[in-house]
Ligand binder design. Structure first.
Ligand code: SF4
Length: 590
């Protein structure tokens, strides 16, 4: 234990180590006394320690494949391209199915949440598939690494890493390496030797891949319900994802050597210049923008009829359950579309933004305090000023990170035609959600589930909110309780929570069908009222649209009018305005 001298209160200087030792000693004495009183024998405690794993080193990179998954196939393919662009061998673990869920139950711990079973079992299933395709088990263990996001909790997310290891061991893959994004130092590798270099290039490439995945994915969900040729959206989606995969793969990271050649080694502070150069390239280069314009043009080749009346369903819930597009949420997105809905999907960027926002919040809550430090007395203005400076400095950096992240995301939205939603302000979500769910209560989606329900209803963006909540999810169970207060407060809200599991699909689908029936009535009534107020028939609107082809373009930004939710209803007002009619509606301010 290091010894330092710090002022305590106004009483002068005290040896910190002696205070801590004294506290530890008294705690130990008191514990012994209580144990004696209760008749409990004192036992040695053996805490769990993370097993020491074989490191993934730089010299293994050319023969080691990184495995990852757990998102949508669009995000995965783009991140695949981004990682290949950095020189890694990469493979995507396919979207989990019910078989993966069963393997997760068989090889993992009991009593986990639903996403744990699906994702853990999925990795085992993929390794089994590789083995049956002819690969030797020892080669899989030596030449593959599974890469996943990690956290320290407080929900079961904190246990994922341990769960992967347990299931892999039980399934016969003991020694298979699992690496967490947050874990760059966890394998005791120096940066120079690390097989996976978690540097600025790595994070920028992954963020670009994820952000593009979000925006392209949402754009496709906006178009598909209105396509006039069935399957046209999916065909273009395949094509643009392949195209952007290659763009990400072939774009080499900015380097000072590339710019300055042999002079690069002579410039002072080369590391800082390298870092700044990469950062500025990200902010100001429009290399991706041109490629996204091409994607927009490809989407515009799809013919749409936006005067079809469809209820808009906003899907929220737990992060994985609201993202996956397979058995993990009963294939809910395709089911909703088959049943006639237009779906608003949740971007992964909301969760990244939420993570940054939580740190901002914690920093604000800690203002005037420094972790682990003894507070200086009030007369030590110099020390107090230092704490204040550190606080402001940290907050400023975090705010800059929030701003830059949103700016980069919106750059992609604009490049793809501006139809995808902008990121919802975390401050607004906190404001509306906090009265029902304490925004300091971390874990899972925290207050977001409640906040999004209120936000999308209040801002008239969806006819119905569907929350996908995994079986056994602790934060979702908490927010379910809070949602009853929300629903009681907002009487017109159509809100449906669905528990997702490895079974029960028919039951879940029929519950969604029932709520969707109400949402359809809401959408049809709204459209009928709009037609009455603008004094037009659908035939008149259709014939105007037919003579103005730009209105049938798939990536056409339809204005949003106050009090109007549905796409068809907003299009009707917009077309009536274009026809020269005066309409009793006002544009939503942005
Ligand atoms: S948020 Fe819920 S479902 Fe997701 S990891 Fe945590 S406990 Fe599991």
């Amino acid at each position: 234990m290091s010894t330092s001298t710090q002022p305590i209160g106004n009483s002068g200087l005290v040896q910190i180590s002696s205070v801590e030792e004294m506290i530890q000693q008294r705690v130990a004495e008191e514990r012994l006394r209580l144990e004696r009183e209760a008749g409990i024998a004192h036992k040695e405690v053996h805490h769990f320690h993370k097993p020491i794993e074989r490191p993934f080193t730089k010299d293994q990179r050319s023969r080691t494949t990184l495995l990852f998954g757990g998102l949508t196939w669009k995000h995965e393919k783009l991140v695949h391209g981004a990682l290949e662009g950095l020189g890694y061998k990469v493979e995507v673990v396919p979207t989990p199915n019910v078989k993966a869920f069963q393997l997760g139950k068989e090889y993992g711990n009991n009593g986990q949440c639903n996403p744990t079973y699906f994702t853990v079992g999925n990795l085992v299933q993929y390794l089994q598939h590789l083995e049956t395709s002819g690969q030797k088990r020892e080669d899989l263990i030596n030449n593959y690494v599974f890469l996943t996001a990690g956290a320290c909790g407080p929900c079961r997310f904190g246990m994922y890493e341990a769960e992967y290891r347990l299931a892999l061991r039980n399934a016969g893959y003991d020694g298979f390496r699992v690496m967490l994004f947050q874990q760059s130092g966890g394998l005791d590798q120096s940066e120079a030797e690390a097989g996976l270099e978690m540097n600025l290039d790595f994070f920028l490439n992954i963020l670009n891949g994820l952000n593009m995945g979000d925006v392209i994915n949402e754009t496709a969900y906006q178009i598909r319900p209105f396509e006039t040729d069935g399957g046209a959206t999916d065909a273009v989606l395949d094509e643009v994802i392949d195209y952007m995969h290659d763009v990400l793969k072939t774009k080499s990271p900015w380097t000072v050597e590339e710019r300055l050649g042999s002079v690069a080694n002579k410039i002072p502070m080369k590391g800082t210049v390298q870092y700044l150069g990469k950062f500025l390239e990200q902010l100001y280069s429009d290399g991706y923008v041109e490629a996204l314009h091409h994607c927009k043009d490809r989407f515009n080749s799809i013919k749409v009829d936006r005067l079809r009346v469809k209820p808009i369903v906003k899907v929220t819930g737990e992060f994985w359950a609201q993202t996956t597009e397979g058995d993990g949420n009963f294939g809910m997105f395709r089911f909703l579309e088959r049943e006639g809905a237009q779906v608003i999907v949740e971007p992964i960027a909301t969760w990244i933004n939420y993570m940054i926002h939580q740190v901002v919040q914690r920093t604000k809550d800690m203002r005037g305090l420094e972790e682990g430090a003894v507070m200086p007395p009030s007369w030590r203005l110099d020390k107090q000023a230092k704490i204040e400076w550190n606080y402001r400095n940290k907050l400023m950096k975090l705010k800059a990170a929030e701003m830059i992240f949103a700016r980069e995301y919106h750059k992609i939205v604009d490049a793809l035609g501006g139809t995808a939603h902008k990121l919802v302000s975390q401050y607004e979500l906190q404001r509306v959600g906090h009265p029902y769910y304490n925004s300091r209560a971390a874990g899972g989606e925290g207050h977001l589930e409640v906040a999004k329900n209120i936000y999308y209803t209040n801002h008239e963006l969806a006819h119905m909110v569907l929350s996908l909540k995994p079986f056994g999810c602790m934060p979702s169970t908490q927010s379910d309780g809070a949602q009853s207060a929300v629903v009681a407060h907002y009487k017109d809200m159509i809100y449906l929570p669905i528990e997702t599991s490895g079974e029960g699909e028919i039951n879940a689908h029929s519950r969604v069908q029932m709520a969707l029936g109400e949402a359809k009535v809401k959408a049809k009534t709204e459209f009928k009222e709009v037609l009455e107020k603008i004094g037009k028939t659908t035939d008149e609107l259709h014939s105007y649209v037919d003579s103005h082809p730009e209105l049938s373009q798939a990536v056409y930004k339809v204005p949003k009018y106050k009090g109007v939710i549905g796409t068809a209803a907003n299009v009707a007002i917009h077309v009536a305005e274009q026809m020269g009619s005066s309409v009793p509606y006002h544009l939503e301010a942005h």
